[in-house]
Design a protein around this ligand. Structure first.
Ligand code: AMP
Length: 446
């Protein structure tokens, strides 16, 4: 299928051709015609699926066909996003896709001065990308008006709730015209998201481009078990031994302090690194991101919030130095690799303390991650086995002879060190296979 077959206007088609977008992605194939027809949309689509163009292209099309209608402080299409980084990224995409169109777009978010934003909004904009808190501030100061608003997009709705924006969102919804089109995008679907969708959407088209709460299929996922205190050492060892030096990588660390520490260690080892987290000023974060995207820095170390929505092309590897506290973040993190058809690798360094987080991730993504133990880094504190139902198996049963290879702790083909879990007369290393694809069951029960 082509973009032309979706009925998009010529200037958009020309831009898409110049960007090398040959055909619509799955979410675009479903979303674009529905949005053009004025339908509400409930889309289960994570970053990397092309969801931004899925809503931006039909909005640009519709607003252009309607012609200029903007009056002072008015907004015709509002796109709510959880973080400033995502706001910048979505706005950049809108500008790119709309480069041949006579439309105005803008992004507003907190952490920077509100005055330039108020000035910019005076003339009104066709498309406004906003984080909920700053949008409300602007609304309360009459810097933005919603009387002309036609379309509301909630991008990464799950993340907005995770970040505690529920009250702000309710306040924004109450200020919007009731008659409007609403599009809701979310990578994961909790009860709260379903409830929000039930309240906001009218007879929506449901689009699901990845299995609910399943991680992107093109990403190979591994975990390496290690003691907490040796994570930094293991990371440096892998960096060197696995030839990671050749490509760029994004590393997720749980805390801001942890980010600073790893950045410092890598820098001391002579590695080109930058870091982003919530304590760093916004311009510093944007600069770090730009430098990383331009390939000037090899490693970017980030917390979840700071890394939200990062659009980085062809990133081959994402490393979870720590597992995230919220299991959904794992899906978002690994969505940075294996994008737009490329295969990626997501590697998690996991210590015994993190077994509950691991179990939650495996339950959410309906899989058991392939374990690996790096020679010389076998943990003193073993990471208990887990299974895809989210169980932590503290005392696994001794397997029957010949069943060793069928442990659920071993995912796709790979070397799996079974360590202390089995009798010493059992082989310590076994290669195991299971059918490819996420959510697939291991080849047999433990
Ligand atoms: P998103 O899921 O919106 O963050 O988009 C993921 C990436 O895919 C972005 O880098 C887009 O530029 C790219 N992309 C989106 N749609 C297409 C398409 N139809 N063909 C090729 N690349 C695309």
């Amino acid at each position: 299928m082509t973009f032309a077959a979706l009925g998009l206007i010529e200037p958009l088609l020309q831009t898409l051709t110049s960007l090398g977008y040959n055909e619509p992605t799955a979410v675009q194939r479903e979303a674009i015609p529905a949005v053009l027809k004025g339908r509400d949309l409930l889309a289960a689509a994570q970053t990397g699926t092309g969801k931004t163009a899925g809503f931006a292209l039909p909005l640009l099309h519709l607003l252009t066909l309607q012609g200029p209608q903007v009056t002072s402080n008015a907004v015709r299409a509002l796109i709510l996003v959880p973080t400033r980084e995502l706001a910048e990224q979505v706005h950049q995409s809108i500008q790119t896709y709309g480069q041949k169109l006579p439309l105005r777009s803008y992004a507003v978010y907190g952490g920077v001065s509100i005055n330039p934003q108020m000035m910019k909004l005076r003339k009104g904009v066709d498309l406004l990308v906003a984080t909920p808190g700053r949008l409300l501030d602007l609304y309360r100061q009459n810097a933005v008006k919603f009387n002309l608003l036609q379309v509301l997009v909630l991008d990464e709705a799950d993340r907005m709730l995770d970040l505690g924006f529920s009250k702000e969102l309710d306040e924004v919804f109450a200020a919007l015209p009731r008659k409007r089109q609403t599009l809701l995008f979310s990578a994961t679907f909790s009860e709260a998201i379903r409830q929000m969708a039930g309240e906001l959407l009218r007879d929506p088209l449901s689009v699901e481009v990845t299995p609910r709460n399943a991680a992107a299929k093109s990403v190979k996922q591994w975990l390496v078990t290690v003691d907490k205190k040796r994570k930094g050492e293991l990371f440096l060892h892998l960096l060197r031994s696995q030839n990671w030096g050749k490509g760029q990588l994004l590393v997720f660390v749980k805390t801001r302090k942890g980010v600073d520490q790893l950045e410092q260690d890598l820098r001391a080892a002579g590695i080109s690194v930058d870091a982003i987290h919530g304590d760093k000023p916004q311009p510093t974060r944007l600069r770090a991101l730009e430098r990383f995207k331009a390939g000037e820095v090899q490693i970017l170390v980030a917390t979840d919030v700071a890394a939200r929505g990062l659009d980085i092309h062809d990133l081959p590897l994402v490393v979870n130095f720590d597992l995230p506290i919220v299991a959904e973040d794992y899906v978002h993190r690994i969505g940075r690799t294996g994008r737009a058809g490329a295969t990626g690798l997501a590697l998690s360094l996991v210590c015994a303390d993190e077994v509950n987080q691991l179990a939650a991730i495996e339950s959410l993504t309906r899989q058991t991650l392939t374990r690996h133990e790096e020679a010389g880094f076998a943990p003193d504190h073993r990471v208990p086995l887990t299974d895809p139902s989210g169980q932590v198996l503290r005392k696994p049963k001794k397997p029957k002879a010949g069943k060793l290879a069928k442990t659920a702790a071993a995912g796709k083909a790979g070397k799996v060190h079974l360590g202390n879990w089995f009798d010493s007369d059992q082989p310590k290393v076994k290669t195991v296979r299971r059918s490819p694809g996420l959510g697939g069951k291991p080849s047999a029960k433990r």
